[in-house]
Each structure stands twice: as structure tokens, then as C-alpha cells.
Design a protein around this ligand. Structure first.
Ligand SMILES: Nc1nc2c(ncn2[C@@H]2O[C@H](COP(=O)(O)OP(=O)(O)OP(=O)(O)O)[C@@H](O)[C@H]2O)c(=O)[nH]1
Ligand SMILES: [Mg+2]
Length: 304
């Protein structure tokens, strides 16, 4: 997925050579050729981990020269479930900021296959333990669109992920009045345990609704585990008043139980705007366990 920035480069890493060739990216990395012969792992995380370890130096060298690395994987098989936490952990040792994005399988896939369930669980536990940013998006939420053709449904999902990542990049890329840069984002993340990213846009007249919507969309796959923390960034027009800003801050703080660690950034444009965009990094989370997730199917965030 290109994010429309000139500095963005797309990579695919896989154990499956045929699948790798079909993915429209700029650079491809095949791992585990010796052990898996380019045919995928057949759900075996440990053989993928061995292959990743063998190829570690090259992969880390190629990925770590970027400031942020978005790692996207569908969990449940061997390759994605092994590589997502592994690469996130390896990149955390470098200057790059890894942002893992985990797609969780439909519940029916898990209910009928205990190996897939074990793979998802292992990956989520490792990501949870690692802390930092995690986006977790359950395919189950797509059921809300069950009347649409599958490719349309995945397009909806991709648009939402794109909006989230775009809003993170925008936040750190543009210098603004109360500035949040990459260093301050990393500093905030370092003391926040597991964090996730929220974004939302709403009419300037209803700050409560803006916060409510961003939170219900973004926190579905997480539970608040310890004291929360928040980094809030608002992007609005010259008509964004201090009162509106304050209402958004108070609303978010209240909903999170008044976190002690709170950081605010703003970007105010020179022209008026009807819409305010909120980007927030919420910390002190844990990924909901699979059993919790399977217990409740939850609705899909609607992208804008
Ligand atoms: N949301 C989303 N999910 C995907 C996409 N591609 C694959 N998946 C899901 O990712 C999960 C894991 O994919 P698999 O091919 O089974 O596993 P793998 O990671 O390739 O691992 P192997 O066992 O080595 O084949 C599946 O449940 C797929 O539904 C995609 O483009 N978008
Ligand atoms: Mg595969």
C-alpha cells in the first residue's frame, strides 16, 4: 500500500514464492527457500522463525533504513504469525519505528482449526509483550458487510488501514503549532506499554461525537489493562477554537479515566475547515484474548 509520500517503499516478505510474485510491491524478500522450497510453511511458525533468523541480517538491513516500518500480516498461518512479532521485535532494536498491523482471521476459521488458533494466540502474546504500537483488526468485523462482494469488503478494510497510517504519518511529518515529531512519538510510546492508533473526522460542532466515534472504532480489539496514556493530535482549520480543543481533550481524558501521561499536538491550517481530524495513540492496553474476541463479534469501523 503506497501512502502517497515520496519516501514510501513497499516490501513483501514471504515463504511462498508464487504468492510473493503476485503481490504488487517494489521489493520482494523470499525466506526459508532451503527448508520450505518456496511453498509456504503449512502453518508451521517454528520453521518460519528459523528461516527469519537465517535471513535476519539482510531483512533488518533493508527495512531499518526507514523512519517508520508498517508491518502488515494476516495471522493464523505460519508465515505471517511468525514474522509479524519477529520483525517488530528486531526493528525495535534499530532506529526505525515498527508499526505492526495484525489482521485476525474470521472466527469460523479459528473454531474449526486449533493450529490456526494457536498461531494467532502466540503472535498476539508476543506483540503484547513487546509493547509499542499495534493495530489489530479482526476480519470478523467485516460480517457487517456480508451482503457485499468479498473484494469490496477488503477494499473497505484497506481504506480504513490506509486512513489510520496516513494520519500517523501526517502527524509526525508536518511541523505544527504544538508539534508532535517522531522523537516525541517514540518517547511517548516508550513509557506506555502496548498502544494503538485511533483516527476520526467529524464536524467541528460536535467534539464529543468525534472522540466517541474514534474510540469505538479503534479500541474494539483491545482492553484497557493498566493506567492509560494518550497522545492526542488535532488537525483543523483557522476556525478551531480553544473551547473546541478543550472539549476534545476533556472528553478523551474522561473516557480514559484521566490518564496522567497525556500529550497534545495540534496542526491549525490557515483557512477555515468544517471538519476536525483526530489522531490519537492510546497506551496501557492489552490485545483482547482470542476467547474474548470470539465471544463477542464486533462491528467494523467505517472508514471515511
Ligand atoms: N485482511 C486480509 N487478510 C489476509 C490477506 N491475505 C491473507 N489474509 C489472511 O491471513 C491469514 C493467514 O494467511 P495464510 O496464507 O493461511 O498463512 P501464511 O501467513 O501465508 O502462512 P503459511 O502457513 O506459511 O502459508 C488467512 O486467514 C487469510 O485470510 C489480505 O490481503 N487481507
Ligand atoms: Mg501462505
Amino acid at each position: 500500500m503506497g501512502l502517497g509520500s515520496p519516501g514510501v517503499r513497499t516490501f513483501a516478505v514471504n515463504t511462498d514464492a508464487r504468492h510473493l510474485l503476485k503481490i504488487p510491491v517494489e521489493e520482494r524478500i523470499l525466506i526459508g527457500e532451503r527448508t520450505m522450497r518456496g511453498r509456504g510453511s503449512g502453518g508451521n511458525r517454528s520453521v518460519v522463525l528459523d528461516a527469519a533468523e537465517d535471513g535476519r541480517e539482510e531483512i533488518v538491513r533493508r527495512l531499518s533504513r526507514f523512519e517508520m516500518v508498517f508491518l502488515l500480516a494476516g495471522l493464523g498461518g505460519g508465515t505471517g504469525s511468525a514474522l509479524l512479532p519477529y520483525l517488530a521485535a528486531e526493528l525495535r532494536k534499530t532506529d526505525a519505528l515498527p508499526v505492526p498491523v495484525a489482521f485476525l482471521p474470521f472466527h469460523v476459521e479459528l473454531e474449526t482449526n486449533s493450529d490456526r488458533k494457536a498461531n494467532v494466540r502466540a503472535a498476539l502474546e508476543e506483540l503484547d509483550e513487546l509493547g509499542g504500537l499495534l493495530l489489530a483488526l479482526s476480519n470478523e468485523k467485516l460480517r457487517r458487510f456480508e451482503a457485499l462482494p468479498l473484494h469490496r469488503v477488503f477494499a473497505v478494510r484497506n481504506a480504513y488501514v490506509h486512513a489510520l497510517l496516513r494520519s500517523l504519518v501526517d502527524m509526525v511529518e508536518h511541523p505544527s503549532q504544538l508539534n508532535v515529531d517522531l522523537a516525541s512519538l517514540k518517547g511517548h510510546l516508550a513509557g506506555s506499554g502496548l498502544s494503538t492508533l485511533l483516527c476520526g473526522e467529524y464536524h467541528i460542532s460536535d467534539p464529543e461525537r468525534l472522540v466517541e466515534q474514534a474510540m469505538t472504532e479503534g479500541l474494539l480489539d483491545f482492553a484497557l489493562d493498566q493506567e492509560s496514556s494518550a497522545l492526542l493530535h488535532l488537525d483543523g482549520g483557522s476556525n478551531l477554537t480553544l473551547r473546541t480543543l478543550d472539549q476534545v481533550v476533556q472528553s478523551l481524558r474522561r473516557r480514559l479515566g484521566q490518564p496522567r501521561r497525556f500529550m497534545l499536538g495540534t496542526r491549525i491550517r490557515s483557512e477555515p475547515r468544517e471538519v476536525v481530524r483526530l489522531t490519537a495513540v492510546i497506551g496501557g492496553l492489552r490485545a483482547r484474548t482470542l476467547d474474548e474476541a470470539i465471544g463477542e463479534g464486533s462491528p467494523l469501523p467505517v472508514p471515511r
